[in-house]
Design a protein around this ligand. Structure first.
Ligand code: SF4
Length: 339
């Protein structure tokens, strides 16, 4: 953790304790204590962001790995995260980063300007805030994203969408694209498996779609027996169609047993294919599968003429029949950001 933590935003004092206003948990934090995310601490009557300036590492990834399939496909993105998370998912697929109390990790100090310089050095067009929940380091994200925009770079986040409206406005104002996890489509699922609640995530999704220009994609990790039955999937797809529209790309990705949920098997490819078929039957035009190799659901097809537009291998993409955002066979406009 940082030896010199910065003062956080989005909090107020209640007596001798501090109420954090960054995520819907609204932790009431006593002197010397940290909130549920482990990285926002009351020190001397001020809330400090312990993850500011403390990335756990950097990688240059294909943008498809986020996953973002309709935002600058085929490009690379400088990716980093810090420690901590606003949810407590029992099935966390990245728990060494999200739950720093569970493992000792060394972070290294990097200023926003150093990150932008690294992105320029790597000649990537964008920076991704990912690996752990990026809203937990919102102050650092904002400063880095502003520096990136000044340098002509774009910003993308992979987030659980569990953030208060007041923080959301300021954090997401700096983003060009986001993939939001919709972890399951019931309040019971969120309460029992994430320690959070569904409604704030739905609110974030609707707000992004209706109130911003941010390119939006949605991901659901399918866990056998917990969120993969037809009834729940149909309810999710109906909600997406009604509130986000049929153009938003939806990703169904495969779970592997991890963290505190090791008694469930990995998601079979047939489950991913079933979810994709169901979503397409509900009218969603761009539905993908993830964490599997060689599936047809990795590719982008024209929703009008079925021409294959983009082919994808293991996170690598090749554009076949897409020019200026249109299908070269029938001319249909394809939803996304392609330049
Ligand atoms: S961001 Fe952290 S400290 Fe703030 S309310 Fe959420 S879990 Fe609690």
């Amino acid at each position: 953790m940082s030896p010199d933590p910065v003062v956080a935003r989005w909090w107020h004092a209640e007596g001798e304790r501090l109420r954090c206003e960054l995520c819907p948990r609204a932790c009431l934090i006593g002197e010397g204590q940290a909130g549920s995310c482990c990285v926002r601490r009351n020190s001397g009557g001020q809330l400090h962001s312990l993850s500011y300036g403390q990335p756990t590492g950097f990688a240059v990834d294909p943008i498809e790995k986020k996953p973002l399939f309709h935002f600058l496909p085929g490009t690379r993105v400088l990716s980093f995260g810090t420690l901590g998370c606003t949810l407590r998912c029992r099935f966390c697929q990245n728990w060494p980063h999200s739950h720093p109390e569970a493992v000792e990790m060394r972070a290294r100090h990097s200023t926003p300007e150093e990150i932008v310089a690294l992105a320029k050095q790597e000649a990537v067009p964008s920076i991704a805030y990912t690996y752990n929940e990026p809203t937990v380091f919102s102050e650092y994200l904002i400063d880095t994203a502003r520096a990136a925009r000044s340098a002509g770079l774009r910003n993308v986040a992979v987030s659980n969408g569990y953030i208060t409206p007041q923080a959301r406005r300021e954090v997401f104002a700096e983003l060009d694209a986001a993939n939001i996890d919709l972890k399951g489509f019931s309040e019971d699922f969120y309460r029992d498996l994430t320690g959070g609640s569904l409604q704030p995530v739905l609110d974030t999704l609707v707000w992004i779609r209706r109130e911003t220009e941010i390119w939006l994609e949605v991901t659901t990790l399918l866990i056998p027996g917990l969120n993969d039955d037809d009834e729940m999937l149909a309810a999710e797809c109906d909600w997406i169609t009604a509130h986000l529209g049929t153009e938003v790309p939806v990703h169904f990705t495969a779970f592997h047993p991890d963290f505190k949920l090791r008694d469930r098997p990995p998601t079979p490819p047939e489950t991913l294919a079933r979810a994709r078929d169901l979503a397409r039957a509900k009218g969603l035009r761009y539905v993908y599968v993830g964490n599997v190799a060689g599936a047809d659901g990795l590719h982008t097809y024209c929703p009008e003429c079925a021409q294959k537009l983009i082919t994808r291998g293991w996170h690598a993409a090749e554009t076949l029949a897409l020019q200026a955002g249109r299908c070269t066979q029938c001319g249909a406009k394809i939803a996304g950001v392609f330049a």
